[in-house]
Design a protein around this ligand. Sequence first.
Ligand code: SF4
Ligand code: SF4
Length: 274
Amino acid sequence: MPGKQPKKTFYNRIRLLSLTSAFILILAVPFLNRYCHFSFIQGWYQSLSIGHLWFVSPLEGLESILTSRKLYGPLLVGMIGPVLLALLLGRVFCSWICPISFLSEIMDRLIRLLTGKKFRKPGIAMPRRMLWFALMGEVMLAMVIGAPVFVFLSPPGLVGREIMMATLFHTLAIEGVIVIIVLLLHLFSRRLFCRHLCPLGALIAVLGMARRLKIRKDKEACIDCGLCKRACPLSLDPAKDESLSAYCWNCGECVDACKPKALGYTWSSSRPKG
Ligand code: SF4
Ligand code: SF4
């Protein structure tokens, strides 16, 4: 029998609904564009237009500015929404929208069904600060070669690009193999790419350092059982206040796992740790 999962809170149900809807959107948009001549929504999460609104991923936008050395007004405007989201809520793009997260969650459910284990072990552990090096390395590489590397090779972006290529041109781009590698890494080590290697996740984490939405512990209620750490996809330990760190993506898995209800969402302006 598969291990019984903690009951999902309303917040976590909405999060899973958002992840699923976001994936369905990037799946449906190329079909609608191609076969129904529907052009109100176009693109995917690197660059998405909805009517006259344009949303640009902060990292792809930053890369374009640095490599072209030009400030393009519409690009800056397109970055405002995603940047504000990160400033207020932290890495919620990762836990609420990213297609890599969606595919990883599907894999987690299949693994749980097959193994019956409630929580997966994190597997390979590297220093958390690797994430910052991934961001710095990627930005420096883009500047040295003078091309927006992440625009072409971002795993979250590649999912949307591959769907678009398959729908419009009935082919796949070779770079799509990067998505398979990222998912294989997840198979052997939980969220390895997201924990340590994703430059986009890192940039959003930097932006979200002073976010308002955080998960805090009630010291009196915490019995230090360790369930929250086992539930965390990023191997953070909310009992040690690591949910206040920049790395936390506010998924709420730890809140659901905490039996004494010692963890909860807070909205505040104080600066988080680390
Ligand atoms: S860390 Fe990167 S790949 Fe992982 S969820 Fe965030 S944006 Fe997506
Ligand atoms: S600390 Fe909690 S909210 Fe933050 S990433 Fe881990 S499980 Fe999700």
